[in-house]
Write a protein that binds this ligand. Structure first.
Ligand SMILES: Nc1ncnc2c1ncn2[C@@H]1O[C@H](COP(=O)(O)OP(=O)(O)OP(=O)(O)O)[C@@H](O)[C@H]1O
Ligand SMILES: [Mg+2]
Length: 388
C-alpha cells in the first residue's frame, strides 16, 4: 500500500483528516490524535504495527506535501476541478460508512451522491432494516450542520414544524418559531425527517411546498399572503418511510409527497450478511448460535414473501440483533425467541397459527443445539428462490 499521510483541517468544532487525494480519513483516526496533530501543526502518517494494528503517527507537515500525486490529469481530461472533487468524494465515500452498518457499496455511494447533489432522499423498507441508522450515518459523513426530527412522534405538526403564538403582558402576542424553521433557514443544513410515513397528514401538507424544488418555502399561516420562510441554499432533506411492508399502522403516503423525493430502497439483509453483522457486533457469542439466528430470520422472511407462506411478516434485523444481545447476556436461543420473536406472531388458530409455525422453526434449531442438517440443500435452495 502506498504511504498515506493526512493533514488535519479544523471545520467548526471538528478536526477532519484529508489525504492529498481529497479522501477523508476522519472516521479512522481518534479525535484526540487528530486534535493533537492539528495543534502541533503536524501531519499524520498511517502505519501498521505488530499484528497488523493500524496507528497514526505524527510526522512533519512536509511529509504531507511529498505524497502529493495528482489523482486526475487535468491537462488531458476535461473535468472541472470542482467536479473532480465531487467525483473523488463520492467514489471514496465507502470508507465513511460505519463498519456496523451493513449496506452495499453502490447503495451507499448512491446515498452520498444524492445528498451531495442536493436531492431530497427517502429511504424506504420494512421495519428494523436500518433506515434510520443509514440516514444518521449519512448525515454524520457529510460534515454539514444537521437537524433531526422524528415525525412519527409528533402530535402537533403545526407547532413542531412552524411554531407557536404566545401572549405576554409586556410584549403582547408574539410568535416563537420552531426548531424546524431554524433548520430550514440554515444554509447547507442536512435535515433528517425520521418516520415521515407515520407523520400526521397535516405535517405532510406543511412539508409539500418545503420539499418541492420549484417552491422551497414554508408558509407560516394558512391565510393568503401570510409570511413565508425560504428554504436556504444547499439544504438537503433525508426522510425515512416504512413502506412496502405489512404494517397497517403506517398510513399510506401521498403520491405527490413521494414524488418530491429520490427513493432509496434499503435492502433487507440475507442470512450471510446478517450472520456477518451479528458476528461483528457480538464476536464473543458462539458463531453457530448466531448463524441459527440469521437463518431463522432469513427463513421467516422468505416464508412471508411466498404465496403459500404461513406467516405474514419476517423477523427484522433489529429483532435478530436483540436476540444476539440476549445470547451475549447468557440467554439460550429458545429463551431469546420466546421473549423477542413469539410475541410478534399471533396465536390465533391454535396449531395452524403463525406462532406455532415460528415455534416449530425455532425448535428445529434447538433440538440438537446446532443448525446442521436441519434443512437439506434443496429446502434452502427453494426458500432462497421464493420471492427473489
Ligand atoms: N443494515 C443494517 N446494518 C446494521 N445494523 C442494522 C441494519 N438493519 C438493522 N440493523 C440493526 O437494527 C436496529 C434498528 O435499525 P433502524 O432503527 O435503522 O431500523 P429502521 O429501518 O429505521 O426501522 P423502523 O422502520 O422501525 O424505524 C439498528 O440499531 C441495528 O442494530
Ligand atoms: Mg427508523
Amino acid at each position: 500500500m502506498n504511504k498515506i499521510v493526512v493533514k488535519i483541517e479544523k471545520s467548526g468544532n471538528r478536526f477532519n483528516a484529508w489525504d492529498v487525494d481529497g479522501k477523508k480519513w476522519t472516521s479512522e483516526i481518534g479525535t484526540a490524535t487528530r486534535k493533537n496533530a492539528f495543534n502541533a501543526g503536524m501531519a499524520l502518517e498511517r502505519r501498521e504495527g505488530k499484528g497488523g494494528r493500524i496507528y497514526w503517527w505524527k510526522v512533519p507537515m512536509s511529509e504531507f506535501e511529498t505524497t502529493s500525486v495528482p489523482e486526475f490529469d487535468m491537462s488531458s481530461v476535461d473535468v472541472p476541478t470542482d467536479h473532480a472533487e465531487v467525483l473523488n468524494f463520492i467514489h471514496n465515500s465507502y470508507t465513511l460508512k460505519p463498519k456496523g452498518l451493513v449496506m452495499k457499496e453502490l447503495k451507499w455511494k448512491y446515498l452520498i451522491r444524492s445528498a451531495v447533489r442536493g436531492k431530497n432522499l427517502l429511504m424506504t423498507g420494512p421495519a428494523g432494516c436500518g433506515k434510520t441508522m443509514a440516514a444518521k450515518s449519512l448525515v454524520n459523513s457529510l460534515d454539514r450542520p444537521d437537524f433531526y426530527f422524528n415525525l412519527g412522534a409528533t402530535q402537533d405538526p403545526r407547532s413542531s414544524l412552524i411554531g407557536n403564538t404566545h401572549f405576554d403582558k409586556k410584549k403582547g402576542t408574539y410568535f416563537s418559531e420552531s426548531l424546524f424553521v431554524k433548520a430550514i433557514r440554515t444554509p447547507n443544513a442536512v435535515i433528517l425527517l425520521d418516520e415521515l410515513s407515520r407523520a400526521h397528514p397535516d405535517a405532510w401538507n406543511i412539508l409539500m411546498t418545503v420539499l418541492d424544488s420549484g417552491q422551497r418555502y414554508l408558509r407560516l399561516d394558512e391565510a393568503d399572503g401570510a409570511e413565508t420562510v425560504k428554504v436556504a441554499d444547499g439544504v438537503t432533506f433525508i426522510a425515512t418511510a416504512n413502506i412496502g411492508n405489512e404494517y397497517t399502522s403506517t398510513r399510506v403516503m401521498d403520491k405527490a409527497l413521494m414524488d418530491r423525493f429520490t427513493i432509496v430502497e434499503m435492502d433487507v439483509l440475507n442470512d450471510e450478511e446478517e450472520h456477518g453483522l451479528l458476528t461483528y457486533m457480538f464476536p464473543h457469542v458462539d458463531s453457530e448460535l448466531l448463524k441459527a439466528v440469521a437463518e431463522i430470520s432469513h427463513l421467516t422472511r422468505t416464508e412471508s414473501k411466498s404465496d403459500a407462506g404461513k406467516i405474514s411478516s419476517g423477523i427484522s434485523t433489529r429483532t435478530s440483533v436483540e436476540m444476539a444481545g440476549l445470547m451475549f447476556d447468557g440467554f439460550g436461543l429458545d429463551e431469546a425467541a420466546e421473549v423477542t420473536v413469539y410475541p410478534q406472531y399471533s396465536d390465533d388458530g391454535g396449531v395452524d397459527s403463525e406462532r406455532t409455525f415460528i415455534k416449530q422453526l425455532v425448535q428445529k434449531y434447538i433440538s440438537d443445539g446446532s443448525s446442521d442438517d436441519l434443512f437439506n440443500e434443496d429446502e434452502i435452495e427453494e426458500s432462497n428462490n421464493v420471492g427473489a
